[in-house]
Design a protein around this ligand. Structure first.
Ligand code: UD1
Length: 419
């Protein structure tokens, strides 16, 4: 199994293009099931999760054409299988996103229940409750969700707590429902807005995406469309943290600062120099002094939980002490024990991490536990003295496109080694 070897201590310098957003691509690929027209997507990132979703679509009967330059085209004229099997759902929870579209378009789906997950129990009860409120008949048994419906009907549904993929599943289902659906306490993430924009291009009637109330007026059918995926804000911010950590100077292109105000404000509070050069480029530098801060994760527009692990590394190398509170997921501090092995001074109490800044981290063999945790270990390795060997890096390939190549282009000493 591949590992990543990092020799730390080199300031990152140069320009890096940001890839398309994983968390926008996955629901938009699922949304293609709502139409028999051709859906053409550009700026699709090369990621393992995207391959898994394409595999799932292929299993349903989608014909998929991938062109390095032109993007991905999906033709769903021959969809004939409505099951999302255990082996695919087990590798990627976001497979649940096909539930709403299959039910709305074909009236049936059998989806394996997503199992446990390294970052908490992560239930899908709200996806199920919401679809039931739209008239679906849903039974659980044998590890599967069995959902049937004649035609879904519009409803008013309130999410508690707010859920990103839950909002996306209901949003997609509601586009073909009879009548109006009102989603309250909906997720406001930029990826939800990107999905809504793609659905609107397919002919859906949606208002309020990006606010906590989304109103959808169901239509009888949707057509094909062209859509360009938004830049990945988590990848962008991960490279921003890398630039600050290594006292570098990095230009991020094809990026979107307006989706990143909470992380940008926090990084500026820590002493980073961040300039939005135009609508698509962000320059990040550090003056060498990193100040400690406190931060609390929360749904958008709050600080993203998907950046908590990366920021923990930065606070570990700051001057002072900081408290990081994780409010979105239980058990999302699995990276801490590995960072401690590299010399980080972090103590966990419940859902808070108390961090005392230290002057250096020391390279060590470490193990990735989930996608964002593995990114934090790469960052720690870039800043550490000596060699860091990260195992289980398949996690990182789920959500970061060619991370070691991109970092090498910024002059990092990083390579993938097999075995
Ligand atoms: C999405 C993102 C993930 C990100 C997360 C939070 C995708 C593919 N993944 O995951 O990268 O970390 O948002 O920003 O977009 N919950 C329930 N019942 C439900 C659904 C969720 O109680 O039916 C709870 C969860 O346990 C969690 C909270 O809601 O505590 C938020 O989770 P949710 O927004 O659903 O995360 P995902 O959509 O799975």
């Amino acid at each position: 199994m591949d590992k990543i070897l990092v020799r730390g201590g080199r300031p990152l310098k140069g320009t890096i293009p940001i890839s398309g957003a994983k968390n926008a691509t996955l629901p938009i690929l699922a949304a293609s099931l709502l139409t028999t027209g051709h859906v053409h997507l550009s700026n699709v990132p090369h990621l393992r999760d995207v391959t898994t979703m394409l595999e799932l679509l292929g299993q349903h009967g989608s014909a998929i054409t991938i062109d390095e330059k032109l993007g991905v085209e999906i033709d769903n004229a021959r969809v004939n299988n409505f099951t999302a099997p255990y082996d695919l759902v087990a590798t990627m929870r976001a497979s649940i996103l096909v539930m709403g579209p299959l039910l709305a378009r074909y009236g049936q789906t059998d989806i394996s229940l997503p199992g446990g997950c390294a970052i908490g129990s992560r239930p899908v009860n709200l996806h199920i409750q919401g679809l039931r409120a739209m008239g679906a008949d849903i039974e659980l048994g044998g590890g599967y969700i069995r959902a049937r419906a004649k035609r879904l009907v519009g409803t008013r549904f309130t999410f508690d707590p707010v859920t990103v993929t839950g909002t996306e599943n209901l949003l997609m289902a509601a586009t073909l429902a009879k009548g109006q659906t009102i989603l309250e306490n909906a997720a406001r993430e930029p990826e939800v807005v990107d999905l809504a924009q793609c659905l609107i291009a397919m002919g859906a009637k949606i208002q309020g995406a990006g606010t906590s109330t989304i109103v959808i007026d169901g239509v009888d059918s949707l057509q094909g469309c062209h859509h360009a995926i938004i830049p990945d804000r988590i990848e962008t911010a991960t490279f921003m943290v890398a630039a600050v950590l290594t006292q570098g100077d990095v230009l991020l292109t094809n990026a979107c600062a307006s989706t990143l105000y909470a992380p940008i404000d926090k990084l500026k509070d820590m002493g980073a120099i961040i300039d939005e050069l135009d609508n698509q480029s962000i320059r990040v530098r550090s003056n060498g002094n990193i100040r400690a801060i406190d931060l609390e994760t929360s749904p958008f527009p709050g600080f993203p939980t998907d950046l908590q692990a990366q920021m923990l590394v930065l606070i570990s190398l700051s001057q002072g002490t900081g408290i990081v509170t994780e409010t979105v997921f239980e058990n999302r501090f699995m990276h801490v024990s590995e960072l401690q092995r590299m010399g980080a001074d972090i103590r966990i109490r419940g859902n808070t991490a108390h961090v005392r800044g230290c002057s250096k981290l020391i390279g060590a063999p470490v193990m990735a536990t989930d996608l964002r945790a593995s990114a934090s270990l790469v960052l720690a390795g870039l800043a550490a003295e000596g060699e860091t060997l990260i195992s289980r890096v398949y996690h990182i390939d789920r959500g970061y496109e060619r991370i070691e190549e991109k970092l090498r282009a910024l002059d990092a000493d990083i390579q993938r080694v097999s075995g």
